[in-house]
Structure formats: structure tokens, C-alpha cells
Design a protein around this ligand. Structure first.
Ligand code: FES
Ligand SMILES: [Fe+2]
Length: 383
């Protein structure tokens, strides 16, 4: 793409504002990565799973958060618990399967058979007698905080986290017309990527790259229609216009289903892009919701789990399967285009000759994103 190509699409080439990107070391340094785990991933509310993935008592899903492993389990009273996956006896990992059901409604360590309730209480420690040096009550599994928002389960590993509503202030009341707790996972793809987690958030939040990287997406939603409605704090985002009437983000641009629940008015012609810092990207369309769950594996690698949520009526309708596939194929194609440039950026920013890059006015929301990272880390960069 050059200036003329942008102008042909009816926009002036973006002006340079003098704002600089993060230095390359923020994508490569092991030390900064570990600081990010401590100060961001172990402190903020982070996305963990959909409540629908563990519907019955005893159902569980294990997720990794940096060096921590957390068992999300539905207890006997229907509450979701987030238990640290560490036996209180000698620290063995309790659960090695990624998901399943604790049929006995207890969690038993494979090593010496210490046994816990679904609420994390130690109820069995063979041959151990309680006395001054050992009490079962002191051996309850450590727990993370849990908050269910619209069927999305968030956890915080902090001992005393900010209230969820404070961290996610911009989300409160937003998207209620989608009634996302009623939606169900229609499809899931896990991508393993060689790039830093922040590059995915940055890539998601700007469409400066769209004309060159995503020709099909740019036909369906012109990149110059991008608007931001929140650009400070942990939740930032905006929307783009869908040009085709009652269209959507699918291979042929037609809707993948009827509008979701109560979606109406302007929202019928918009696709929203919201980053729920630090590990979730939420993309409500008029007819479905797509979201990403980003799992950092190191400074230069992540797993990115992409989910497509549809109304159960659409999922159960045999005739609708091609339409769901069209939405999945569109985003799979678009995702892979994004992953390619993110991985190239990961390689390029490693160069000794890369200092700090320059943001265009089309990327102003990334300045807010970088500020959020720097604020959480307590870092200051020279102007
Ligand atoms: S380490 Fe778990 S029972 Fe011994
Ligand atoms: Fe993109």
C-alpha cells in the first residue's frame, strides 16, 4: 500500500502524531515478561472460561496462567470455583487432564491420595492424624476470585483484587442486548503463535493494516469507519460499520443468522471490537459473537483460543450450519492474515536496529493500550 492506494479508498494518508511505540525489548525480554505475569496476569481480572463449559456439578476445566495452573470447577451448589491446581501435601499438580468431570465429586491427588471436596476442603489424608502440627482445615486448596459476567467466567489471582466492576467499568451495561449468557459455543479454534501477547491486542485494536492485510474484511467494513468509544482503562474499544444492509462478517458478507436476542437499531450495522485487557478480545456482531482468549506462554509465544458464540436456536438448526461455517471461515482467514503480520513483527522488533516505532493517527488507541501496560508495570519511558 502507498499514499495513492489509501487516497483511492477515500482517506488521506494518516498524519504522524509524534507518538512512539513501545521499545522492542517489551516483546522479547524474559525479565519484562515475568514482571508482566506478576503485575498484570496475577493481579488483574482475566478471562478464564465460559460457564457453559462446566455446566454440571463436578465438571472442570484447567487453564494455565503463566506459571500457575487453575482448576475451574462447578461445585455441588452450582457455584464456580477457581482452585489452584496444587496439592497441599507436597505440592503435586492435582489434575493433569485439560477438562472433564470429577465423578466422585471429590478431587484426589494421584501421589498419596489426599482428597478434597469440589469446594477445595481437605477431607482425606491417609494415615495422617490431626494434632498441633497438622490440621485438615489449614490445608484447603488456595482459591482465586471468580466473577461471572454474561456467561464469561473471569478470575483474579490477586489476594485483594479491584472490584470487577471497577476494572471493567466500560463494560458495565454494555452489550446487554446480546444476552451473551444465553449464547453457546458453536465453534472453537486454538492457534499457537510465535509472538508476544501485546502484539495481538495491538493488532486487534487498529485497522490501519486492514486495506493491505485484509482485502475481504475491508470490503465488508471500510477501515475508515472505525470509531473508538472507550480509550482509557482496562477496557478499550470501538466499532466499525457493516456496509451491506443486514450483512455480517462472513465469506459472502450475508448475515450468519437472525440478530442475536435484542440487538436492534444501529447495532444491526456494526461490529464491535473490545479489548478486555489483558487477555480477552470481544467482538459482538449483530448475529453472533466472536472472542479470543489469549494465553501467554513466554515473551514470544502464546496460545490464542478463538470462539464463535451463536444463539442455541441457530446452533440446533441443521439448515443454519453453512452460515455458521461462513462466519468461522471468514474469521479463520482473517485471523491467519493477522497472525502472519504479528509473527513478522515479533521477528523484526528483535533487531538491534529497531528502537521505537511511530504511531499514525489511525493507531491512537494503541497509545492508550501501551499506557495501560506501562502503568501496570510502573514503568516510565522517556518522551
Ligand atoms: S502430594 Fe498430593 S497426596 Fe502427596
Ligand atoms: Fe487484522
Amino acid at each position: 500500500m502507498n499514499d495513492d492506494a489509501f487516497k483511492k479508498r477515500g482517506v488521506d494518508y494518516p498524519v504522524v502524531m509524534g507518538e512512539r511505540t513501545l521499545p522492542g525489548r517489551y516483546y522479547h525480554s524474559q525479565e519484562i515478561y515475568e514482571e508482566e505475569l506478576e503485575k498484570i496476569f496475577y493481579r488483574f481480572w482475566i478471562y478464564a472460561c465460559r460457564a457453559e463449559e462446566i455446566p454440571e456439578a463436578g465438571d472442570y476445566k484447567v487453564i494455565e496462567v503463566g506459571d500457575e495452573s487453575i482448576i475451574l470447577v462447578r461445585d455441588k451448589t452450582g457455584n464456580i470455583r477457581a482452585l489452584f491446581n496444587v496439592c497441599s501435601h507436597r505440592g503435586t499438580q492435582l489434575c493433569i487432564k485439560p477438562a472433564g468431570n470429577f465423578k466422585s465429586k471429590t478431587i484426589q491427588c494421584a501421589y498419596h491420595a489426599w482428597t478434597y471436596t469440589l469446594e477445595g476442603k481437605l477431607i482425606g489424608a491417609p494415615l495422617m492424624k490431626e494434632g498441633p502440627g497438622f490440621k485438615k482445615a489449614d490445608c484447603t486448596l488456595p482459591m482465586a476470585h471468580v466473577h461471572n459476567w454474561e456467561g464469561f467466567v473471569f478470575i483474579s489471582l490477586a489476594e485483594d483484587p479491584l472490584p470487577f466492576e471497577v476494572q471493567m467499568e466500560a463494560l458495565m451495561g454494555k452489550f446487554k442486548d446480546w444476552r451473551m449468557d444465553e449464547l453457546r459455543i458453536a465453534h472453537h479454534i486454538e492457534y499457537e503463535l510465535n509472538c508476544n501477547w501485546k502484539l495481538i491486542l495491538q493488532n486487534y485494536q487498529e485497522c490501519y493494516h486492514c486495506p493491505g492485510v485484509h482485502p475481504l474484511l475491508s470490503e465488508l467494513t471500510p477501515f475508515q469507519s472505525a470509531r473508538h468509544d472507550y480509550s482509557k482503562g482496562a477496557v478499550i474499544g470501538g466499532y466499525m460499520d457493516i456496509t451491506k444492509e443486514r450483512g455480517s462478517m462472513t465469506m459472502d458478507g450475508e448475515a450468519a443468522g437472525p440478530p442475536v436476542c435484542n440487538v436492534s437499531g444501529d447495532d444491526l450495522q456494526r461490529v464491535y471490537y473490545y479489548s478486555l485487557f489483558p487477555n480477552m478480545l470481544l467482538t459482538p456482531h449483530p448475529d453472533f459473537v466472536m472472542f479470543h482468549h489469549i494465553v501467554p506462554r513466554g515473551p514470544g509465544s502464546i496460545s490464542n483460543n478463538c470462539y464463535w458464540l451463536f444463539h442455541p436456536d441457530v446452533i440446533e438448526d441443521k439448515k443454519a450450519q453453512d452460515r455458521i461455517k461462513s462466519a468461522v471461515d471468514f474469521w479463520d482467514l482473517t485471523n491467519r492474515q493477522d497472525w502472519q503480520v504479528c509473527e513478522q513483527m515479533q521477528v523484526g522488533t528483535r533487531s538491534k536496529r529497531f528502537g521505537r516505532g511511530y504511531y499514525s493517527s489511525q493507531e491512537d488507541i494503541l497509545i492508550a493500550l501501551d499506557k495501560e501496560v506501562l502503568k501496570a508495570l510502573g514503568h516510565e519511558l522517556p518522551e
